[in-house]
Design a binder for this molecule. Structure first.
Ligand code: ADP
Length: 288
């Protein structure tokens, strides 16, 4: 089943154009939506998740009209929002059981089995009797995935899931996501380039409500190979380099500044070529 977004636009009442004519085809697997804060990712996620209206355009999930058949879409949708609200003094077991009832899993025996399986899958079964308020950030995010997987969703949306997780928790969360992403559509919205590089077979880079680049991460990297140039400069030289070249990123390295520059050909002999990575693709795309 594919998710097809056609000519989708949304302007908020304050005049801010959050989605500007989005066209996108997403099939099963992990799909990355990459962009800086304010790019419009959450607006798009919330619209796909039937939580927000668009001004124009359409979204089809298979033959379901997402903007109109909201109840039908919600039955096959799992959503982990950016700010996952929870009751701190409720155990994980009681909470997932409650969500399962809301999802319409009425048979008590079946519900117990499903909840157990999901807490096992997310490595929370041992901790099921603890309050969610006492969970670490990583455990909470894994719980968020457990509830999002209730009812065998065909589409799972996770919005900025690894922000604030330590590297180990993040790694664990990645492993969990990559396990679920094979047969269903999983959309991962993030500003962390590495998350998309590690997990996603397809992606878009968006900014200011517009899709700037679509493709497979590996393909976009090879398309840009040979066009990213590196130079170490003193801090005082940065301003001049920024006016002269298309500087896409800067990083302090042992007191000097390492700049990456986008250019079809070698800018001058002081620049060295480097192996392009997805971060270069990302910065070159959003600084266009
Ligand atoms: P992202 O998830 O990529 O950070 P958002 O979709 O949250 O982006 O925001 C896109 C733009 O729309 C931002 O400029 C944001 O301030 C604005 N925005 C988001 N929600 C609202 C709203 N409810 N009302 C007005 N502006 C909003």
């Amino acid at each position: 089943m594919n998710l097809t977004i056609t000519n989708l636009s949304k302007t908020y009442s304050n005049g801010l154009k959050a989605l500007n004519n989005i066209n996108l085809e997403i099939s099963s697997g992990m799909f990355g939506m990459l962009g800086p804060n304010g790019a419009g990712k959450s607006s798009l996620m919330r619209t796909i998740a039937t939580l927000q209206e668009a001004d124009s355009g359409s979204i089809m999930l298979g033959d379901l009209d997402v903007l109109k058949q909201k109840d039908d879409v919600r039955k096959v949708l799992g959503y982990l929002p950016q700010d996952f609200g929870f009751y701190p003094k409720v155990t994980a077991w009681d909470m997932i059981n409650h969500f399962a009832i809301l999802k319409g899993i009425d048979n008590a025996k079946e519900r117990k089995e499903i909840c157990e399986a999901l807490l096992n899958q997310t490595n929370l079964f041992e901790a099921r009797k603890r309050y969610i308020g006492d969970y670490s950030g990583g455990m909470r995010q894994r719980f968020g995935i457990a509830q999002a997987l209730l009812g065998n969703p065909k589409l799972v949306i996770v919005d900025e899931p690894t922000a604030g997780l330590d590297p180990m928790e993040r790694n664990r969360f990645h492993n969990l996501l990559s396990e679920i992403g094979e047969n269903i559509i999983v959309i991962l919205s993030t500003h962390i380039v590495e998350d998309v590089r590690n997990l996603c077979s397809n992606m878009v880079i968006m900014n200011q409500g517009t899709i700037l680049l679509k493709g497979k991460p590996t393909q976009t990297i090879s398309d840009m190979n040979g066009k990213i140039w590196m130079k170490l400069i003193d801090k005082a030289e940065l301003g001049e380099h920024k006016t002269q070249f298309k500087v896409i990123s800067t990083k302090v390295v042992e007191g000097k500044i390492q700049i990456h520059v986008f250019s079809e050909t070698q800018p001058d002999s002081s620049f060295n070529t480097i192996t392009t990575d997805l971060e270069d693709v990302y910065f070159a795309t959003i600084t266009k």
